[in-house]
Design a protein around this ligand. Sequence first.
Ligand SMILES: *[C@@H]1O[C@H](CO)[C@@H](O)[C@H](O)[C@H]1NC(C)=O
Ligand SMILES: *[C@@H]1O[C@H](CO)[C@@H](O)[C@H](O)[C@H]1NC(C)=O
Ligand SMILES: *[C@@H]1O[C@H](CO)[C@@H](O)[C@H](O)[C@H]1NC(C)=O
Ligand SMILES: *[C@@H]1O[C@H](CO)[C@@H](O)[C@H](O)[C@H]1NC(C)=O
Ligand SMILES: *[C@@H]1O[C@H](CO)[C@@H](O)[C@H](O)[C@H]1NC(C)=O
Ligand SMILES: *[C@@H]1O[C@H](CO)[C@@H](O)[C@H](O)[C@H]1NC(C)=O
Ligand SMILES: *[C@@H]1O[C@H](CO)[C@@H](O)[C@H](O)[C@H]1NC(C)=O
Length: 677
Amino acid sequence: MEVSKRFSLYVFLLCFLLPLNSKPTDSVSADVELLLGKIKASLQGNSQNLLLSSWNSSVPLCQWRGLKWVFSNGSILLCTDLSSPQWTNLSLSRDPSLHLFSLQLPSANLSGSLPRELGEFSMLQSLYLNINFLTGTVPLELGYSSSLSDIDLGSNLLNGVLPPSIWNLCDNLVSLRVHANSLFGSVPEPAVRNSSCKNLQFLDFGGNKFSGNFPEFVTQFGGLKELDLGSNMFSGPIPGDLGQLNLEKLNLSHNNFSGVLPVFGGSKFGVEAFEGNSPGLCGAPLKSCSGSSGLSPGAIAGIVIGLMTATVVLASLCIGYVQNKKKNSTEESEDEIEEEEEDEESGSGGGGGGGGDQGRLILFQGGEHLTLEDVLNATGQVLEKTSYGTVYKAKLSDGGTITLRLLKEGSCKDGSSCLPVVKQLGRIRHENLIPLRAFYQGKRGEKLLIYDHLPHRSLHDLLHEARAGKLVLNWARRHKIALGIARGLAYLHTGLETPITHGNVKSKNVLVDEFSVARLTEFGLDKLMIPTVADEMVAVAKIDGIKAPELQKMKKCSSRTDVYAFGILLLEILIGKKPGKTGRSGDFVDLPLMVKVAVLEETTLEVFDVEVLKGVRSAMEEGLVQALKLAMGCCAPVASVRPSMDEVVRQLEENRPRNRSTLYSPTETRSEIGTPF
Ligand SMILES: *[C@@H]1O[C@H](CO)[C@@H](O)[C@H](O)[C@H]1NC(C)=O
Ligand SMILES: *[C@@H]1O[C@H](CO)[C@@H](O)[C@H](O)[C@H]1NC(C)=O
Ligand SMILES: *[C@@H]1O[C@H](CO)[C@@H](O)[C@H](O)[C@H]1NC(C)=O
Ligand SMILES: *[C@@H]1O[C@H](CO)[C@@H](O)[C@H](O)[C@H]1NC(C)=O
Ligand SMILES: *[C@@H]1O[C@H](CO)[C@@H](O)[C@H](O)[C@H]1NC(C)=O
Ligand SMILES: *[C@@H]1O[C@H](CO)[C@@H](O)[C@H](O)[C@H]1NC(C)=O
Ligand SMILES: *[C@@H]1O[C@H](CO)[C@@H](O)[C@H](O)[C@H]1NC(C)=O
């Protein structure tokens, strides 16, 4: 809010105040004066230009080349009819209600540069200066023109970086073309995150020297029809979400993109759209990614899933499935929902892996639309590997996206021990918990848990990965996140008929949206693993520094060990440091010890992350010190003195930060700190 207000104010100032500020002449329209002055001089450079010489106050306005005009009331000045009085009306250029509407001089032998004053035309909609010899940079001020919708500066000699202000035009922009210039640097991100530039259809950055990663924000431009990034120096992966746009034309050729190509519906783009990139770029229509010769279309789920678990980076979850069996299995799974409550016995008997010759899908509330075929034919990409197995982001044929968790081997063998737990997990619904929508058990015992896919970032990334454009995590936001996590855990511990423990509370398992709502994932999965495998996870938890001292075997996992892990997580939130073994040095970061030392040395305030303290006047009055104490209480070595999660929720609710206004401005991001836009 803050930001967009600032923008529109600036635009407002430029549009309305500047023309008034500039020399008040009652004899000439402000736009005419601009054209005759700075614009003409800048565009023609050092030499006279034939077309621009028509811009002369002794020539009737209608005969000025390359221009279209509009009156303040919105009606266009019609100059087409050579016999009309307008064509020869010499006083038109003195009509103050006339505004420049379009400036189109392609192939006009212009050899100057783009003047900053282009940003001052309040009603200018189209600017076509392509195929000229213009040099210099794209001026920042262009982004302050309030009406521009079509820009083509292609085939000139422009260099420099594209100014970030260009995205100020987002709302009106229909086409933006800068093809074949020498622009360099990375493509700037819109300052307002999530901008969808809803009218934008044509984006052409091809044939420049742009570098850096694929401008991922482009995948938010829902109306985009043509995208050309070809012949630049972009590198890194192409975001999978690009496949979700309704693109008609695409050119990503001749860059250094690598990784797996997104899936474009109907394979509408040929090899030429992607050729000339890193040899590492793969996926249809380029070479297949697996390296192996590919699977026969009839390959069954188990084989492919087996392969996938071995794949390191990205895999295709294309699982051919015998189509004509779909009906049966779908019906079966629908029955399952109805049976679920009263018929646990027969339900678990049927799910016993070896039962039928096909897998089965159990659907839970909110997953009713899923079919076995949908899930097995989904195309997926690996998001991460966790102690429980592999997490995929998968796209359904209807365009929806789901998260799949493929449990690794060592998950419970038979249905009778698995299904009751799965069914319990499938019933859990809470604002701070990511719901399980369906469960698939293949006939070879492979198990997929199907969740909603949320495009949000993990708390771990928010806290530890430096990246422009991420949320500023002030105390108000961190408090809200911590409270959300605490509420989710409290619900698992006391809000259910049969309480369950989370078993793996850590920042990587918390997703945070732009309103700082936290959602926990991976809860209860330890119950699906056989004890020896579950115990390996205890070892991992130890490395991560989230293991309660009494937790030796996963069997011992209890609500109190969850509270311990939450305490460490709360310290991580407050201190901003990763607990446990850190990647590079391998040092063990003991967060509770850090706090103890700081308290002893009376430097308590210094343990807080600097971002937490921003804007906090009194760490005591704002609940910061209380939160630190609470976290330490949760990490008490003796389990019985740790508070319950209900108590944690109560204390966090009692000690709230005072200034919570930032919670309602989700677009404020780190990238804006220090940048003037
Ligand atoms: C405008 O045109 C007139 C006559 O056509 C010419 O004498 C004058 O030099 C021109 N002015 C400019 C600034 O080009
Ligand atoms: C708009 O203004 C122009 C000139 O001031 C006038 O000729 C035209 O008729 C007006 N159009 C409308 C629709 O009012
Ligand atoms: C010429 O244009 C002016 C300003 O728009 C207008 O007031 C005037 O009536 C026009 N003259 C003729 C002959 O059309
Ligand atoms: C283009 O402009 C250059 C000067 O910049 C001039 O020498 C040349 O004659 C112009 N060409 C045409 C076709 O007007
Ligand atoms: C950002 O985009 C997501 C999905 O596209 C949407 O749900 C969310 O409301 C957007 N956030 C803002 C602040 O516009
Ligand atoms: C292309 O990207 C790879 C990494 O994916 C890098 O190693 C290589 O140097 C890049 N090549 C060029 C020409 O930039
Ligand atoms: C992509 O752009 C390059 C140059 O930028 C061009 O040579 C190529 O023909 C284009 N390919 C497609 C499919 O448009």
